[in-house]
Ligand binder design. Structure first.
Ligand SMILES: Nc1ncnc2c1ncn2[C@@H]1O[C@H](COP(=O)(O)OP(=O)(O)OP(=O)(O)O)[C@@H](O)[C@H]1O
Ligand SMILES: [Mg+2]
Length: 504
């Protein structure tokens, strides 16, 4: 196979930190090349250099044998390099169509040609099986569909090398299969794909070759057929890892939270919930299984006081909740690892330490007179302790969190929420985007919170995660609970059917 792209001795420094150091990478025509590495290893940075968002501190790039300088995303686009970012970059106020054509042509005749362009886009979409609703605003389509829009946008601009930065993190198994069909189609046309994922099973399924990055360095490039999950994991973290198996507990008598006939927007299949009754006991993990977009977000928002149910009652520690207010829920010792850490979990332009104490700032441990005078020394000490304990990789606790790698941002949310020693933990996709080491760490943490008596509502689109951690499993479909199963030897086939809406 011919070489399409060569990155040679690429180094990128941010201040004193080397995000990439002396990286060498060769992408061939018609291959799926996976970048594998821990959170903060430098994968996104390297690809942002390729797409012209960052300039390397040193090193060179060759495209089809010629040395190139990629100083802007439009230059990358001209060369035929397109990228779907880890955090989507669609303009929410615009429609699918407007997003796809954004910046492609400044020509005012676009309005005249609109119908033809739309037809072209739809043809492209059907060729690759990228099902999108072209006139809908971005806010009204699911995460999976937003991703299809991003891919379509890149292909419409003529991408021959498509970079997918953790494209499967937010997708369900069925959507991942759809994405893989698109990737295979691209490969059959001799296009190339750079794939980034922390999920070993996917990496071994879709890749032709795999390059391991560790702490900004390239460790090795391997043929998929000549390696296995253990070797890859060991290369990635620099040592062998043992996976853990957790003991399941049976339901305790004492309820932490009880929902009785809760409904919210109950007519809506995708963002409503309908007549939900369930309980979570002290020291148990209730896993909510289901395909994303079946009301899980709304359920999480109700049990954290973010939205008020239209019908039904919630009892916390046996007392009926009179008013739904997120602060009241926080004060009732409920922690929340939210679905979207960028929108709900973190404040990007605040520092690591500010984000760590965000919810505890009024506590006497960190301030006098309810947040008026901060105990700076103690806050610094505490933050450095958390940095170490949760292995948050940042240059210092004063770094703005938006500059951290995706996985390290997630660790800050976890540190903050778990350190509050909650009595109820609502964890929504808690390991999305985390590397295997960090995922194991979070799983251990959730289990140990449970063992200390914390009740946990675990919402995850990752079925393996649900099976591994849950003491009981509730399946959600179209806003309803369609079955509750024991987590000890659960009937996997039956649960899968229930998730697809095919329960008896
Ligand atoms: N704009 C920036 N300013 C300062 N440091 C940065 C910036 N962008 C990235 N870094 C640092 O560079 C390192 C590599 O980050 P990068 O986002 O490339 O990691 P990653 O491999 O994509 O991780 P993840 O799997 O968590 O997404 C991290 O230590 C990060 O904090
Ligand atoms: Mg990244």
């Amino acid at each position: 196979m011919r070489e399409l792209l060569v990155m040679k001795n690429i180094t990128k420094k941010f201040g004193d930190i080397y995000a990439n150091k002396d990286i060498n990478l060769i992408i061939r025509e018609g291959e799926v090349h996976t970048l594998l590495g821990e959170n903060g290893a430098g994968k996104s940075t390297l690809m942002n250099i390729l797409i012209g968002l960052y300039q390397p501190t040193s090193g060179s790039i060759y495209y089809r044998g010629k040395k190139v300088k990629i100083d802007s995303p439009s230059k990358a686009m001209k060369l035929g390099i397109g990228m779907v970012h880890q955090h989507f970059m669609l303009v929410e106020a615009m429609t699918v169509f407007e997003n796809i054509i954004l910046g492609v042509t400044k020509d005012s005749s676009i309005f005249i040609k609109k119908d033809r362009i739309k037809k072209d886009i739809l043809e492209l979409a059907s060729k690759y099986g990228l099902n999108v609703e072209i006139d809908k605003p971005i806010t009204e389509i699911s995460v999976g569909e937003q991703q299809r829009v991003e891919i379509l946008k890149a292909l419409y601009r003529g991408a021959e090398l498509l970079i997918l930065d953790e494209p499967t993190a937010a997708l369900t198994d069925i959507e991942v299969e759809g994405l893989f069909r698109v990737i295979k189609k691209l490969i059959s046309e001799k296009k190339s794909v750079v794939f980034i994922s922390h999920k070993m099973r996917e990496v071994l399924e879709i890749s032709d070759r795999i390059t391991i990055l560790r702490m900004g360095h390239t460790i090795k490039t391997l043929d998929k057929n000549k390696t296995n999950a253990e070797e890859l994991a060991a290369l990635m973290i620099g040592k062998k890892m043992v996976s853990s198996k957790y003991k399941k507990v049976s339901k305790t008598k004492e309820n932490i939270i009880a929902l009785e006939h809760i409904s919210f927007n109950k007519e809506s299949k995708h963002n409503g919930i309908k007549d939900i009754s369930l309980t979570v006991g002290k020291g148990e993990i209730l896993g909510i299984a289901g395909v994303d977009g079946n009301g899980q977000s709304q359920l999480a928002q109700v049990v954290t006081g973010v939205i008020t149910p239209h019908e039904g009652n919630i009892y916390l520690y046996g007392k009926k909740v009179a008013q739904f207010d997120p602060n009241d829920f926080i004060n009732s010792n409920i922690s929340h690892i939210p679905e979207d850490r960028n929108k709900m979990g973190l404040i990007g332009d605040m520092s690591v330490k500010e984000n760590l104490i965000l919810k505890s700032i009024e506590k006497s441990k960190f301030s006098l007179k309810k947040g008026l005078f901060l105990k700076k020394k103690i806050i610094n000490q505490y933050s450095n302790e958390m940095k170490k304990k949760y292995d948050i990789r940042c240059s210092s606790i004063d770094q703005e969190v938006r500059n951290l790698s995706g996985g390290n941002q997630q660790k800050i949310v976890l540190a903050r929420e778990l350190e509050m020693e909650p009595e109820l933990l609502v964890a929504v996709h808690p390991t999305r985007g985390l590397d295997i080491g960090a995922t194991k760490y979070v799983h251990d943490k959730i289990i140990s919170a449970r063992d200390k008596g914390c009740g946990v509502i675990l919402i995850s689109a990752d079925f393996d995660e649900i099976l591994k951690l849950s003491d009981r499993i509730a399946v959600m479909f179209e806003g309803q609970i369609v079955g509750i199963y024991s987590g000890d030897n659960p009937p996997i086939d039956e649960i899968s059917l229930a998730m697809a809406g095919k329960a008896e």
